[in-house]
Design a protein around this ligand. Structure first.
Ligand SMILES: [Fe+2]
Length: 438
């Protein structure tokens, strides 16, 4: 908890500023036709995301927190994500790129005034500058969405970044034993945690083993070359249907050419890097691989215990490495790099039990459905999380290289359809421990 209002204002303002710098990069590195085009029916035109970011900021920070009059009330419906599925967004009367840029800048100017004038206490929406943190996370999440659009976009590369440092090495054991017992899941104290991460509660888990590192391309390739995509016994029935209907043979963006596996990344074709975590696999592919390997996906609670539980105190940390905010040596976050680091990297980000790369690099599919924690309360509105509970969504944890630290915690929960492949998702596997190990 931060008690000094000026420190809170600084924190909120820099989170908003960082998000806007990234939005700017993602929406100025391509030309106007690229901004208004729909690069995939799965995605919105980039210019929709841009104005939607501003419209949400207008609704929450200008109007709800600041009590200011609406700037552009007539566009609320165009940028309502629930009203318009992605496929139909190109046909909406969208603000043209220049107008969208000036709209988001105008909203931001007024929001910075609101931040200066709002007493950051008394109301849950503004306590600890929550609404500002929520809006900064929202913008960063759309930045990740826009990065996915860039990945799906055809044409020459528009973005570049240096590769992550290779700090892999020193991983001795393929898996780690997490002993049986209680641990604290979720949070009641993290100021900017979203409703679905709350409240903190105890979970009792039997002992289990979990992979020290995410599943690599080399490991996944063994499944591919062992005929994994031709063998129904490894697949959940709906997963097998997905393989057959789409004639899937490998992760999205892979192709086999001239005796080698290639992948396309942000406009550049390159050989599949064996040491990197596998990326762009659906939940069904992760589930099938795990079954082929004689293992299973970890449950969401197992993932979080492996990431946060400290055997020396019995408490749960904010992050695997401790309670400090992420630094570059901890994890591959924030689009500093446009790819995951080799498996085994980021030794300084490992958990107390020695599990690596839980935060950053690739989102990790877990076995579980997206459900509320005991004692869940929708905040600030049911559409944030509640309407998704119990739907056909699987939970992803840990964040990818495309996730900003402000939108990533040991408790952070993401969810998506089990067929999704364009997201920056991979996985690690787990297995039950034997009775003698518990
Ligand atoms: Fe949104």
């Amino acid at each position: 908890m931060i008690h000094d209002p000026e420190t809170l204002r600084d924190r909120a303002a820099s989170a908003l500023l960082a998000a806007r710098a990234r939005t700017h990069t993602l929406t100025t590195c391509v030309d106007e036709p690229d901004l208004t085009a729909q690069h995939s029916p799965l995605m919105s035109p980039l210019v929709w995301d841009l104005a939607h970011i501003g419209n949400q900021e207008e609704q929450w920070l200008m109007r709800a927190v600041g009590g200011l009059e609406a700037l552009r009330p007539e566009i609320d419906s165009v940028y309502d994500a629930f009203e318009h599925p992605r496929a139909e967004r190109p046909s909406l009367p969208l603000l043209p790129p220049a107008e969208a840029h000036s709209y988001v800048a105008e909203v931001r100017g007024r929001v910075l005034d609101v931040l200066e004038k709002t007493p950051l206490r008394g109301d849950r929406l503004v306590e600890q500058a929550f609404a500002f943190g929520m809006v900064a996370q929202h913008e960063q999440q759309h930045d990740e969405t826009m990065l996915i659009t860039h990945q799906l976009r055809r044409g020459p590369a528009a973005l570049t970044a240096p590769p992550p440092p290779d700090t892999s090495g020193g991983v001795v054991e393929a898996e780690v034993l997490v002993p049986a017992g209680h641990f604290t899941m979720g949070t009641s104290s993290e100021p900017w945690a979203l409703d679905n991460e709350r409240p903190a509660h105890h979970r009792l888990l039997p002992a289990f083993h979990i992979d020290t590192v995410p599943v690599s391309n080399a490991a996944y390739l063994r499944f591919v070359e062992d005929g994994g995509y031709r063998e129904p016994r490894w697949w959940a029935p709906e997963g097998w249907r997905m393989v057959c209907e789409n004639n899937l043979k490998a992760p999205l963006f892979w192709r086999h050419e001239g005796g080698e596996w290639l992948t396309r990344r942000f406009g550049v074709t390159e050989p599949v890097a064996p040491e990197e975590p596998v990326l762009h696999v659906s939940w069904y592919e992760a589930d099938a691989y795990a079954r082929w390997a004689g293992r299973r996906l970890p449950s969401e609670a197992e993932w979080e215990k492996a990431a946060r539980w400290d055997p020396r105190t019995g408490r749960s940390r904010r992050y695997p490495w401790g309670n400090d905010d992420p630094r570059p040596e901890h994890a591959n976050l924030g689009q500093r790099h446009l790819r995951p680091a080799p498996v085994g990297s980021y030794p300084e980000g490992r958990s107390p039990l020695g599990v690596r790369q839980l935060i950053g690099d690739v989102w990790e599919w877990t076995s579980g459905d997206f459900l509320p924690y005991p004692g869940f309360q929708a905040f600030p509105y049911p559409e944030y999380s509640e309407v998704f509970f119990g739907g056909a969504y699987k939970v992803l944890r840990g964040g990818s290289f495309a996730v900003d630290p402000v939108a990533c915690r040991g408790t952070f929960r993401n969810w998506d359809h089990p067929v999704r492949r364009q997201i920056f998702a991979g996985f690690r596997t787990a297995r039950d421990a034997g009775p003698e190990e518990a």
